[in-house]
Design a protein around this ligand. Structure first.
Ligand code: PSV
Ligand code: MN
Ligand code: MN
Length: 387
């Protein structure tokens, strides 16, 4: 196994994008609990995201969701973020909260509704031009609930046409990132259920169209790291939406439910050259904090990603390849597991201190007074929420 000091330089510059919606109130269909200190404005969400970065050094950008983060001056918002030491990152479109989209948006049979959904993406591209964002991320809530309800094939054709129109509007340094999800809110079929469909759609568009893999969007038992490896092979892994799930699309803290899965995913990224300064893959969180405090929830999340990245980097890949090639099944597995079972927390704490960061960002945040301050300041007004 490698030593921590051997892999420490590779931890430099690790960047995990946080979602603005993680700072707003969220819940289940049963109840949304209000949390004291919840942001009332986009600026307050950006300030909370910048706080996560200040304590961890891991989260230099924040993703926005339109229209949840509607703003009248994105250039000013960009400056505001930059003054706080972070960037505005991925722009997420939203075609899932408008009555017109009940039966589809980019796939709708009515050209007027399709155009409305396309226009929304054009607006998102305008936002990207002001914020300097590279990625337009599209997740579609489209599909059908009953066999026979829709022409699944016709819907794919309309989707391809709509995506083409959106893609053609992007500039040379912007990307279209298509997310897939196998169920919900449609339950019989969704129009982009899996990585294969997303791949087929983006491959038809061109080089700057790639796939987003949300770790919560697969059937239980799916080997997600295999999908990661395949998409990297194909040059089509654009981004991650990291989170944890126990049952459905739970959006829990990444690494909480299955740290080993996170380790295996990150190992494939490292092995595939999708980690580090030369990689285009965007590592994002897509999470909600329904019952826990949001900022410490995000701090815990980015630390979990860092911890599993360090462990995955510890794998001695030369020794692993030798064991694999010689057919030594148990040795190969042992080399892999040795790295996973290595506790890197003390080494990471010392490494952080050496870079002027708190050894324990969770504790440093809780002792900083920021939480008490926002709870006192942010009374009145409307708390931002998931919708
Ligand atoms: C859909 O379940 C999704 O994962 C998409 O990324 C949305 O944009 C996001 O959740 C909203 O939380
Ligand atoms: Mn997602
Ligand atoms: Mn999701």
């Amino acid at each position: 196994m490698k030593t921590f000091s051997e892999i420490a330089p590779l931890l430099e510059g690790q960047a995990i994008e946080v979602p603005s919606w993680a700072y707003g109130n969220s819940g289940t269909r049963f109840k949304v609990f209000g949390t004291p200190g919840t942001p009332r404005t986009v600026e307050e969400k950006v300030a909370d995201a910048a706080t996560v970065h200040r304590f961890t050094g891991l989260a230099p950008s924040v993703a926005l969701h339109i229209p949840w983060d509607l703003h009248d001056d994105y250039t000013a918002l960009r400056r505001y973020a930059e003054d706080l030491g972070i960037r505005l990152g991925t722009i997420n479109s939203n075609t899932f909260q408008d009555d017109d989209y009940k039966l589809g948006a980019l796939t709708h049979t009515d050209p007027k509704i399709r155009q409305k959904a396309i226009d929304h993406h054009f607006e998102c591209i305008d936002v990207m031009n002001a914020t300097g964002s590279r990625d337009l991320k599209i997740w579609l809530a489209e599909g059908t609930n009953y066999p026979g309800q829709g022409d699944m094939r016709g819907r794919q054709d309309r989707l391809a046409e709509s995506l083409r129109t959106i893609y053609d509007r992007l500039s040379e340094d912007q990307r279209l990132v298509l997310e897939y999800k196998f169920f919900e809110p449609a339950f019989y079929h969704t129009d982009v259920p899996d990585w294969g469909t997303s791949y087929v759609q983006v491959a038809a568009l061109g080089e700057r169209a790639v796939v987003c893999l949300d770790t919560g969007h697969h059937a239980p038992g799916t080997n997600i790291e295999f999908i990661v490896a395949q998409l990297i092979r194909l040059g089509k892994l654009g981004s991650f939406d990291f989170n944890s799930r126990f049952y459905a699309d739970d959006d829990l803290i990444v690494g909480a439910a299955d740290p080993f899965q996170l380790f295996r995913i990150l190992f494939e990224c490292i092995r595939g050259g999708a980690y580090g300064p030369d990689s285009d893959v965007a590592y994002m969180l897509d999470q909600c904090h329904n019952i826990e405090k949001k900022i410490p929830g995000q701090i815990r999340s980015v630390l979990n990603v860092q911890e599993m990245t360090a462990r995955a980097l510890l794998v001695d890949r030369d020794a692993l390849t030798a064991a694999q090639d010689s057919g030594d099944v148990l040795l190969a597995n042992e080399i892999f597991m040795d790295a996973f079972y290595t506790d890197v927390r003390a080494d990471l704490a010392a490494w952080r201190e050496g870079r002027g960061l708190p050894a324990n960002p969770m504790r440093a945040y809780l002792e900083s007074g920021y939480q008490e301050q926002i709870e006192a300041d942010r009374v009145g007004g409307t708390q931002a929420g998931w919708n």
